[in-house]
Design a protein. Sequence first.
Length: 227
Amino acid sequence: ECNIDIRDVNSITHTEFIEEYAYAKPVILRGLTDNTVRAVILLCIRSNLLREYAEKMVRLSTANTHSYRKVDVRFEEFVKFLLTPQPKDILGSDTLYFFGDNNFTEWHSLFEEYKAPPFSLPLMHPAYSFGIAGPGTGVPFHWHGPGYSEVIYGRKRWFLYPPDEAPEFHPNHTTLSWVSLSYPNLELHQRPLECTIRPGEVLYFPDRWWHATLNLDTSVFISTFLG
Ligand SMILES: *[C@@H]1O[C@H](CO)[C@@H](O)[C@H](O)[C@H]1NC(C)=O
Ligand SMILES: *[C@@H]1O[C@H](CO)[C@@H](O)[C@H](O)[C@H]1NC(C)=O
């Protein structure tokens, strides 16, 4: 089920993006970037990532709404021990998530290959974040400035609400627990905008929109924050 507009490369111009979506509502852009066929996907394959980055330190954050705790581990240790399916009853505040806090010197070869979504916003400059996460993991509801999210590998489900329609959720609970416990009880008018994005698709979210994500597979993803 997907109730977010999907526009493909031939059906939208930059002007239309600005007028219809940039300040108004999320949209999924399909086929605008070619990262699925670029070297970036080769770099993102597990064995290649491990070969290149095994010894590097990565900074993990707890997966709750206010990301309290940060932990530094070797990338290899993260892939071998922490990149596993998420148990349903674990707290977001006890889940370690690898997303952002990237050392751009060490991950240079990956970011250099990445081709960002083409539509910019006036006066905004892009900043990239890279992450990898196991099935069932995700970030619970939170909000910030506008941006894009692309999966290089895997599938990621998105749930979004407008800035003035904050969803009910516990900040320390995972998206998985929200999806299994709260979501089924939502009234029709309380349902989020939602969709699963796959390689070749980029989700755009406007400023201050609430969003939560759920990785359906082991996923490799890059976000472009327009700050
Ligand atoms: C980033 O990585 C480089 C090269 O390994 C290292 O010298 C530098 O201290 C790191 N920066 C941070 C903020 O950890
Ligand atoms: C969430 O977890 C953090 C860290 O364990 C704790 O300090 C905080 O009080 C918790 N918040 C709520 C609302 O339970």
